[in-house]
Design a protein around this ligand. Structure first.
Ligand SMILES: Cc1cc2nc3c(=O)[nH]c(=O)nc-3n(C[C@H](O)[C@H](O)[C@H](O)COP(=O)(O)OP(=O)(O)OC[C@H]3O[C@@H](n4cnc5c(N)ncnc54)[C@H](O)[C@@H]3O)c2cc1C
Length: 413
């Protein structure tokens, strides 16, 4: 029991013991874990119920100087990231946040992934300008592609933007859906295509026209349409529809060269980051189940013992996979890491759902009665794993094994 119980503890526990983290890395993760458990977890149910952006949580991260993890040290950040020699610490920070609130973790990922993109693709003057805003003012970033091209049944309008080059920059017109942190973020990296709608994920046109445009979200031409977003879970990500009414983006806000997002494989940096969030949800479900079972003195039940064993193995396996992929990024095996991240993401989706299923079985119906955290985790996870289609992920992995052409970013068939 002592060993399993140690798994339930956070950064100081045995779950991190053999993952190659230094004392300094552990204490960074521990700082996030403390904030997450003491402040974010108690707020999660209210943010979920009211579908409100978790702004206070971001304020706390900023006050604790944890808000700029992927900003390079020379610009005042923590200098973490896939191309900075330490991505595992970053993923474990995210995992601790996801343990408290999976919606918050999605907003955080959007922010952090945008910082990774700026670090990798922006010019020095752009970095100086935007990283200052993050480090000194607590600016929150997000990246928005979402332009599904087929209407779902009952959906009144379709989504999509057009992007026109003008002398002074670009005019973006139309709508995007799944805009995480809408109304909460200050800046968005818009993934738009001069060849037509579809963003990055749903575009049929060549990726050569795909641009990353840094968009100041206080521009009066931008509005949030909040009626569309009413999902089963991940409610506090406020991933609303956002309308751009001929929004002007200055030429100085073009980040990187057209098409670089796909040709340089940037999405593959973020795929295992989603898995770190799934793992956080799973670990929270496991801890909930442990506490529930112990409080009801059901430790002696052999079926419960088996479910606890399965959960512990699932959580540990997911950690090992993330460590494995992180090592590839950190040691320069980037081509390998790009596909291995999808293998990890595929597996961890299933491990996480397995943990939640075992937790529900072990704890019973009342664990799905609000305000049980397990009820929220169940809803959030079932929705969040839809971010990518697991069938297509698996097909992409198979194609990569068979030497066939494949899309490691968005798994397009
Ligand atoms: C909580 C949450 C937050 C998100 N936040 C963001 C964000 O901040 N930024 C952002 O850019 N995106 C974000 N996304 C959007 C996400 O990345 C997808 O764009 C979105 O999930 C697509 O919606 P869909 O699955 O309903 O539609 P579709 O993409 O239409 O997919 C529906 C189904 O059809 C399948 N499918 C799609 N195309 C084909 C095809 N050609 N052939 C066969 N099958 C196909 C899909 O795999 C899927 O199973 C978020 C998603 C979620 C769930």
């Amino acid at each position: 029991m002592a060993q399993v119980h140690a798994l339930k503890t956070n950064a100081a526990g045995s779950v991190y013991a053999n993952l190659g983290l230094s004392q300094q890395q552990m204490s960074l993760i521990e700082s996030v874990a403390e904030l997450a458990q003491e402040r974010f977890a108690p707020r999660a149910a209210r943010y979920d119920e009211t579908a409100v952006f978790p702004g206070q949580d971001f304020d706390d991260l900023f006050e604790a100087s944890l808000h700029a993890p992927a900003v390079p040290r020379e610009y005042g950040g923590l200098g973490l990231g896939p191309y900075r020699g330490d991505v595992f610490t970053l993923w474990m920070m995210t995992k601790e946040i996801a343990k408290a609130d999976l919606s918050l973790a999605r907003c955080w990922e959007g922010h952090v992934n945008s910082l990774v993109l700026l670090d990798g693709l922006a010019t020095e003057p752009q970095k100086a300008r935007w990283f200052k805003g993050v480090v000194q003012d607590g600016d929150k970033w997000v990246a928005w592609s979402g332009e599904p091209q087929n209407r779902a049944p009952g959906e009144a309008a379709s989504f999509g933007t057009t992007t026109e080059a003008v002398d002074s920059g670009y005019i973006v017109d139309g709508t995007k859906a799944f805009c995480t942190s809408a109304g909460g973020a200050n800046w968005a990296l818009l993934l738009v295509n001069t060849a037509g709608p579809g963003g990055a994920r749903h575009a049929t046109a060549s990726h050569e026209g795909l641009l990353l445009l840094a968009c100041d979200l206080s521009d009066p031409s931008i509005s949030v349409e909040s009626m569309w977003w009413n999902p089963i879970g991940m409610r506090a990500t406020v991933s609303h529809v956002v309308r751009f009414d001929r929004t002007h983006i200055p030429a100085a806000n073009l980040v990187g060269t057209p098409g670089a997002y796909i040709s340089e494989g940037w999405q593959t940096c973020f795929i295992p980051h989603y898995a770190a969030s799934f793992l956080g949800a799973a670990e929270a479900a496991f801890e909930y189940a442990m506490a529930h079972i112990m409080s009801q003195h059901k430790e002696g039940d052999p079926y419960i013992q088996q479910r606890i064993a399965k959960m512990a193995i699932d959580v540990e396996t997911a950690h090992l996979w993330l460590r494995h992929v992180a090592t590839m990024w950190e040691t320069g095996s980037h081509d390998e890491a790009r596909i291995a991240g999808s293998r990890a993401r595929h597996l961890i989706e299933h491990l996480a759902e397995d943990v939640v299923r075992h937790a529900i079985r072990a704890c019973g119906a009342r664990s799905l009665n609000k305000p049980s955290p397990l009820e929220r985790i169940y809803r959030d996870l079932s929705f969040y794993v839809r971010h990518d289609n697991d069938d297509h992920i698996l097909a992409m992995i198979g194609k990569s094994m068979l030497g066939q052409s494949h899309d490691p970013s968005f798994y397009k068939p």
